[in-house]
Design a protein around this ligand. Structure first.
Ligand SMILES: [Zn+2]
Length: 349
């Protein structure tokens, strides 16, 4: 049997810094940007798609979010890729990911899916309806729209030649949708819906070779770092370091895949609001405080000794690289090495 091959052109709506498009401040103090929310779904879907044969995903936006790729450029890219992939035997469809707004804190909301009101095919209509039904099955975000499967003049669908749909995955200013949209389950459930749609409608099948088994997932929400630990931009040590966490830091776990947890990080660390740590260095309980132990200064330019555990405390003296210290106490990543003498744990090995 000839293997089915399908290409999803994934259009992640807007850019990270696009003016306006963001969560409603009174409901989400972080005012998370729409692109970030759309990007989470795209990431979750790309992760799941890798388990399937002949299923390709290509993004039409800039996956770093830095550039708001103009719609004309997105549609030109889509039409070019369609020709290229159809020639290779692929079925090509477009899916545009968005989150809605317009309620300003009033009740209501829910998922809505669209086709273009001026030019759309029966296939697009089928995709719109099937995707909506699968999304409601996994997220239960029915909302209160009169016509959740609808049409509108939409540039991206009008100007691309392949069938497809545009989906608003809940309202960024609905009191019922916002907590749901911000939950770690939301992108995973949305990705699950798209996979279910692709399996049922296009018959995509799991790869014959099973992916490596997932490490055991314990269900506790929080964990502690068992050593000083780097938070990275992706699930491997070849990804960029976003920040470093001292041993014993409490973290909120989001999603486990390939031996790496995604964890919550402040938006100042990553605009996505999450980073990745190896599951090997997380434990359910805080590591014991050492009674006292020895350490060595690892700072080629020297290390300031301060009156308290933080850079806001005055400097007592400076230790040279390689100086041996005795650690008596640990507090938020700082070590007490004497009475009123503290050093940052980041520079002690
Ligand atoms: Zn949007």
């Amino acid at each position: 049997m000839l293997m089915k091959k399908i290409l999803i052109l994934l259009d992640v709506g807007h850019g990270l810094y696009t003016y306006g498009k963001r969560m409603y401040g009174p409901l989400d103090p972080n005012e998370t940007r729409e692109w970030v929310l759309n990007d989470r779904i795209a990431d979750a879907l790309e992760l799941r798609a890798a388990e399937y044969d002949g299923l390709e995903i290509i993004r039409l936006d800039d996956p770093s979010g830095k550039r708001d790729v103009p719609l004309s450029e997105r549609t030109a890219k889509a039409n070019k890729l369609m020709l290229e992939y159809e020639a290779k035997g692929y079925t090509v469809i477009v899916i545009s990911l968005h989150h809605n707004a317009g309620l300003y804190g009033r009740r209501g909301g829910g998922i809505t899916s669209y086709i273009d009101s001026r030019r759309s095919s029966e296939t697009s209509k089928m995709i719109r309806d099937a995707v909506y039904d699968e999304l409601i099955a996994t997220t239960a975000m029915v909302g209160n729209r009169n016509d959740p499967k609808t049409d509108q003049p939409l540039y991206i669908l009008y100007n691309t030649k392949m069938p497809g749909t545009l989906v608003e995955h809940g309202f960024m200013d609905s009191p019922t949708d916002v907590p749901k949209i911000l939950s770690p389950e939301h992108p995973v459930q949305c990705a699950e819906a798209y996979i279910n749609f692709l399996v049922k409608t296009y018959g995509v099948q799991k790869k014959a070779v099973a992916p490596p088994p997932k490490p055991v997932d314990d269900l506790s929400e929080y964990a502690y770092t068992t050593q000083n630990l780097n938070v990275r931009a992706g699930r491997s040590t070849s990804h960029r370091i976003l920040t470093a966490l001292p041993r014993g830091t409490k973290v909120r776990k989001l999603y486990l895949a390939n031996g790496w947890w995604s964890i919550d990080v402040p938006l100042s660390v990553s605009p996505k609001g999450y980073g990745f740590v190896s599951a090997a260095y997380l434990a359910n309980r805080a590591p014991d405080q050492p009674k006292y132990r020895e350490g060595k200064v690892n700072a080629t330019r020297g290390l300031n000794v301060r009156k308290g555990p933080g850079v806001n405390y005055g400097i007592v003296t400076t230790f040279k690289h390689g100086t041996v210290v005795t650690i008596y106490e640990e507090k938020s990543g700082w070590y007490r090495i004497g009475a009123g003498r503290w050093v940052s744990g980041k520079y002690i090995i």
